[in-house]
Structure formats: structure tokens, C-alpha cells
Design a protein around this ligand. Structure first.
Ligand SMILES: [Zn+2]
Length: 406
């Protein structure tokens, strides 16, 4: 049996809608967990000493704010290779076409990643996952998508499974993303393979299936074909939609009952209303929006349409190399029009919703005890203190995974 109690919490930011106005703050609070599950989250004055398990690890927050661990619901962290030069070339004025002609872009990542062993891929993913944990992330979604060939895609999913088994990392949810870049060989043959061997192989390895619905990538018809094949294997759809142009992916997400539609910068209000009606979570990726330019992430517009919103890093080697959810909270406010409270909920409870996980993202008795002790008395500092190294300690499933830095 393991147990932990956090005393002296100045502001317990529960992100619990049952606690009233977001983000559901309880002052002068305590948090108690047994075997990874929260048994008490409320006012310290209401905590009976007999409720604290014997031999519990006692942690004192010294008046700091405590919040749920971040749930990063959209990442591509299992990659090999380095595209720093490409980043510099783009900043010097090179176009995507010039970079692609020079062998760069997503194809450079596919070349490096597809050749990797499961061990290589897991080691590369581990580095990023450790940085995520240090930044307060306790659950991370990990996509394949840099294989573009059956065995290489399966190796990426097996690496994600290895990450999930390492108990010193954030919990991992795997997503099969076979329709990402376009294949070198015949397109139809690749789609046939993905819709037969691919979904069959992914069924035991991944929770979700995903596709990049975009001009120059995959059409609505191709994405729908994948989702239909995947449904027979109980792989729920997610989709990269309306990122660089209006592709029709958002309406497809509503039609097939996707768990989430991600990016959405070019989505119309009609698209967002359809997502809301269908109960599809809108995932904004403000780091990628910042790097690529173009329309802002539609955080405010999604909320106005009645959608649940999640914010995630999109951590990837091309358009957003960041493991930092606190930075994404800041960008969701600065670019996406969310209030600090809405952004914090989107990065925790919203992320959990985007992964179909009802057991985390909120600090409440009965939920997984994933929590962050901040290095500040106010949760507002998560977005306000830009790049401020705000995360002190991290509690992962009731264990002190990152001790205090302060
Ligand atoms: Zn992505």
C-alpha cells in the first residue's frame, strides 16, 4: 500500500465543475491519496487525522497552489532525427517547398524514424516524456505516424507501449496515425494495407486511430475509409482537421462521433456547432499555431459553440518542439482567447475528455491522484508567468515522482 498526504495547500485548484466557478478553487486545503487514488481533496480543516493512512508520505505545500497533473492529449514524441537546421532555414526565409526539395520536412523525420528499432524509439520518446513530467504532465497521448509502412508504424506503437510500462513516466495512451504524410509508393495500395493489416495490428496496441485530413495529405473520403475499417477493431477516431486550410475534417469528426477534432484553425462556426452537437472535444494546439502563423487557435470560438476544449502541446519535430503544458496554457490565453481558468481546465479535465478518460484531470475523491505542486501561491501564474518554470513537485498516481525543485 502506498499513501501520500499534501498539507498546507494555499489554493487547491480542483478543476472540478462541482466546486463552482472554474477552476474550482478550495482555500487552505489538503489532498490525500491511497494506492494512487484520491481519498480526500478539500479544506484542511475538514480533514480528520484518522482519514490519513498510516505511514503516508507527508508533503507540505507551504501555501503553494496545487492543481491536477496536465493531460497532454496530442503529441508525436516517438521520433528520431533532428530538424533544428530546418527550423533555422525557415526562420531565414526558406519556404516549405524549398525545405522539402532539400530533403527536409516530415519526410526527414520518417526516414530517420522508420529505420529505428523499438528500443531506439522508446529511448527517444523517454527523453521527451521525462521533460513532460518535469513540466507537470502526468498523462500523455502518443501517436505513430512517422513510419508510413506497416512494420515501422507498429514499432512506433510498440515503443509507446514501452513508455507506458515505465512507471517513472507519465501514463501513456497510444494512437495509431497511419494517414499522416503521403506514402512514396501507390497510394491505394497503402490505404488497402492500412485498412486491413494496419487496423488489425493496431487493435492490440492503440486506443485511438487518427488521420491528417488536409489538402496535400488525406481527403475526407480516405479518412472516412480508415475510420470505418478501424471501428470494426474498436479503435475510436481522432482527426487532425482544418489546420492549414478548410478540409472538411471537422464535419467528418462529427459524423463518425470522433472523440476529438484537433487544430481547427480554419474551422467555420458551422463546423464547431456540429462538433458541439456530436459531443466531439475540440483540441487546440496553440504552439503549432504560433510557429506556423495563420488564424489563431479557436479556443474562444469552441467554447462559444458549446464544445469541451482541450489544449495540448502537439510536441513534434516540425511545427512545435515543446514538452511544456504551462507554455501551452499561456498561449491558449494569449492566442486562443481563453481565460486563465478556462485554459487551466482545458489542459487538465479537457485533456482527459479528449482521451475519453473519466478517472483523471480533476482533483476529487475517487479520481487518480495526479497532481502538481506549483512554485507559486496562485494557479494564475501557470499562464501569467511566461516560461516561468512554475512546476515544483509532481505526484504521479499517488507517488512523488518529481520532488520539489525549490
Ligand atoms: Zn499532430
Amino acid at each position: 500500500m502506498s499513501a501520500i498526504v499534501v498539507h498546507g495547500i494555499g489554493a487547491l485548484c480542483t478543476c472540478d465543475p462541482l466546486r463552482g466557478e472554474a477552476p474550482g478553487v478550495v482555500r487552505d486545503a489538503a489532498l490525500v491519496a491511497r494506492d494512487g487514488i484520491i481519498v480526500y481533496a478539500g479544506p484542511e480543516a475538514g480533514l480528520d487525522r484518522s482519514d490519513i493512512p498510516r505511514r503516508a508520505l507527508e508533503v507540505h505545500a507551504r501555501g503553494a497552489a496545487v492543481m491536477p497533473g496536465f493531460v497532454d492529449a496530442h503529441t508525436h514524441i516517438v521520433w528520431l532525427g533532428d530538424r533544428g537546421d530546418e527550423y533555422a532555414h525557415r526562420a531565414s526565409g526558406a519556404t516549405d517547398e524549398e525545405i522539402a526539395a532539400g530533403g527536409g520536412g516530415i519526410r526527414a523525420t520518417v526516414r530517420a524514424t522508420a529505420a529505428g528499432t523499438v528500443e531506439d524509439l522508446a529511448a527517444a520518446g523517454r527523453e521527451k516524456a521525462l521533460r513532460m513530467l518535469a513540466n507537470g504532465t502526468t498523462t500523455v497521448e502518443v501517436k505513430s505516424g512517422y513510419g508510413l509502412e506497416h512494420d515501422a508504424e507498429m514499432r512506433q506503437l510498440d515503443a509507446a507501449d514501452q513508455l507506458r510500462r515505465w512507471r517513472d513516466l507519465p501514463d501513456v495512451v497510444a494512437t495509431y496515425l497511419p494517414l499522416h504524410a503521403t506514402p512514396d509508393g501507390p497510394r491505394d495500395a497503402y490505404l488497402d494495407d492500412v485498412c486491413t493489416r494496419g487496423v488489425d495490428g493496431a487493435a492490440g496496441r492503440a486506443t485511438f486511430v487518427d488521420a491528417y485530413c488536409e489538402a496535400g495529405a488525406y481527403s475526407v473520403v480516405e479518412c472516412e475509409r480508415l475510420f470505418t475499417a478501424a471501428a470494426a477493431h474498436r479503435l475510436r477516431p481522432k482527426i487532425h482537421a482544418e489546420q492549414r486550410s478548410h478540409s472538411g475534417g471537422a464535419l467528418l469528426a462529427a459524423q463518425v462521433g470522433a472523440v476529438s477534432a484537433d487544430h481547427l484553425e480554419h474551422a467555420t462556426n458551422t463546423d464547431l456547432e456540429a462538433l458541439s452537437k456530436a459531443g466531439v472535444v475540440g483540441v487546440i494546439l496553440p504552439g503549432a499555431s504560433l510557429v506556423l502563423g495563420g488564424p489563431p487557435p479557436p479556443g474562444r470560438r469552441l467554447l462559444d459553440a458549446g464544445c469541451t476544449v482541450a489544449v495540448a502541446t502537439d510536441c513534434n519535430p516540425g511545427t512545435c518542439y515543446s514538452e511544456s503544458m504551462p507554455l501551452m496554457v499561456a498561449l491558449a490565453v494569449a492566442l486562443g482567447g481563453l481565460t486563465p481558468a478556462q485554459a487551466l481546465v482545458a489542459a487538465t479535465a479537457g485533456g482527459a475528455a479528449a482521451l475519453g478518460l473519466a478517472d483523471r484531470g480533476i482533483l476529487r475523491a475517487g479520481m487518480r491522484c495526479d497532481a502538481v505542486i506549483l512554485r507559486a501561491p496562485s494557479w494564475i501564474d501557470v499562464g501569467y508567468h511566461l516560461g516561468g518554470d512554475i512546476v515544483g513537485s509532481v505526484i504521479l498516481e499517488g507517488r512523488l515522482a518529481v520532488p520539489s525543485k525549490a
